[in-house]
Write a protein that binds this ligand. Structure first.
Ligand code: FES
Ligand code: FES
Length: 162
């Protein structure tokens, strides 16, 4: 077992973990933060995306011991004083989810995009989310939601569709 100290969604945790424990399993099974799902466990789907020291990371491809000394933000850490993050609101209002399995990862990846590029085009959004798979929505409303959260004007149907 290895001792780690990690801050998750603003709370500091000290734990003994097995060296092989994946960060996503640490978040879910040890800390009870089940808002971060496991979609594939093989680094393909992006559902498990979190913010690790300011950079998005697929938490199924990071060991918990690698997060020692780090700050992790999950989708559960985005709301402030019970107020949803603008991306959470936009996904809700734009019906940008169906089963919702991909949504935490989509929101975390979109948040990273908006930090770098506060006024993205629909193409920018699609490019930023290409590592996140959705089997339900067809992506159109996800793109619309991210553009909404960015405060963008209504994209043309053609811009969203291309
Ligand atoms: S569960 Fe991590 S990328 Fe799919
Ligand atoms: S809403 Fe079901 S996988 Fe995206």
């Amino acid at each position: 077992m290895t001792r780690i100290s990690v801050t998750v969604d603003g709370t500091k945790y000290e734990d003994e973990v097995e060296p092989r424990l994946l960060l996503v399993h640490y978040l879910r099974d040890r800390l009870g933060l089940t808002g971060t799902p496991v979609g594939c466990d093989t680094s393909n789907c992006g559902a498990c995306t979190v913010d690790l020291d300011g950079v998005t990371a697929k938490s199924c491809s990071v060991l918990a011991v690698q997060a020692d000394g780090s700050e992790v933000t999950t989708v559960q850490g985005l709301a402030v004083n019970g107020e949803w993050h603008p991306l959470q609101k936009a996904f809700h209002e734009r019906h940008a989810l169906q089963c919702g399995y991909c949504t935490p990862g989509m929101i975390m990846a979109a948040r990273d995009l908006l930090k770098e590029n506060p006024a993205p085009s629909a193409d920018d959004v699609r490019h930023a989310l290409e590592g996140n798979l959705c089997r339900c929505t067809g992506y159109q409303n996800i793109v619309r939601a991210v553009l909404d959260a960015a405060g963008a004007t209504e994209p043309s149907a053609q811009e969203v569709a291309t």
